[in-house]
Design a protein around this ligand. Structure first.
Ligand code: NAI
Ligand code: 15L
Length: 265
């Protein structure tokens, strides 16, 4: 494509995808509220707040695809979540509606279903069970995207990312982990698919241990290559045997279920 917008480009996933997705577009437009460093040869940098409707409108103009990673990514004060994840998402979808409806990949989260137990296997028809206000904001995001699809035909891949990082950091992530390379391939499949629609996709690698069923999304042709299982021995040696009673090993959302509601200043 000519121009791909990546929001949240200064964050952990944004930095990982900035390099990997360069071949996908003639120009990467990288945006964040935080500093983005120096622009590379095919990069445009835009520092702005997702809560600023006029700035987001300009940000989206001229883009053929959007990877939306920007926003609050853990439990936080509601006012912060509201600005970035609720208002910010509305601003993004309104801008997309005005500017040709570029396909969107929305970084949703496993925390939409965090209160399911790890011995439960679910698919995307399972009712949401968010484990905090952050999870609720991702439920809102999925609902908003769905409404723009039903009403206006706006296509979005709703990727419920498990734990996307270099390697799994604990035993829970033997099930929730997605490698950077598998995420990159999912993004390519979602942008290249002749018809995307508005599917929910579990963002996980081909892990031996699975809670989530992605069979409904086979039409995208995404075949994750990595498997968290190859890190089990390393985790056992570093962390010992997991405590089966700890929230981290009981709930799909792990420790997020114990987060408090953060007080406003
Ligand atoms: P991160 O916190 O490292 O990056 C998020 C970026 O969004 C940050 O650079 C931050 O400055 C930016 N941001 C926050 N508020 C903003 C605002 N008002 N306006 C503009 N930019 C703003 O998070 P990470 O790990 O890179 O995750 C990226 C996305 O993927 C997030 O939406 C997160 O919720 C989602 N996700 C990530 C998972 C993971 O394992 N890394 C798992 C599930 C979901
Ligand atoms: C998320 O949604 C968070 O953004 C990320 O920081 C991880 O904690 C991840 O979920 C997870 O559940 O491991």
């Amino acid at each position: 494509m000519k121009r791909l917008l990546i929001t949240g480009a200064a964050g952990a996933l944004g930095r990982a995808m900035r390099v990997r997705l360069a071949p996908l577009a003639e120009t990467l437009r990288l945006s964040d509220i935080a500093n983005l460093g120096d622009a590379g040869p095919n990069e445009e940098l835009v520092q702005c707040d997702l809560g600023d409707a006029a700035a987001v409108d300009k940000l989206v103009e001229g883009c053929e695809g959007i990877l939306h990673l920007g926003g609050v990514s853990v439990e936080d004060k509601f006012s912060k979540i509201m600005n970035a994840n609720l208002l910010g998402l509305y601003n993004l979808y309104e801008a997309a509606r005005k500017h040709g409806q570029p396909r969107i990949i929305f970084a949703s989260s496993n925390h939409t279903v965090g209160f399911y137990r790890q011995d439960q296997h679910i698919d995307t028809t399972a009712p949401m069970r968010p484990d905090g206000l952050y999870g609720v904001s991702k439920c809102f995001g999925e609902a908003l995207a769905r409404m723009y699809f039903e009403k206006f035909g706006q296509e979005t891949a709703l990727v419920r990312i498990g734990s996307c990082m270099e390697k799994p950091a604990n035993h829970r992530m033997l099930s929730s982990w997605m490698s950077y390379n598998d995420f990159k391939m999912l993004i390519e499949c979602a942008f290249r698919a002749p018809m995307l629609g508005c599917p929910i996709i579990w963002g996980i690698s081909d892990n031996d241990s699975k809670w989530w069923d992605n069979s409904h999304a086979a039409y995208l042709g995404w075949k994750p290559q990595d498997n968290a299982e190859s890190y089990r021995a390393e985790l056992d040696a570093a962390l010992g045997k997991p405590d089966p009673k700890a929230a981290l090993h009981v709930y799909q959302g792990g420790n997020f279920v114990n987060d408090p509601i953060f007080a406003e200043d």
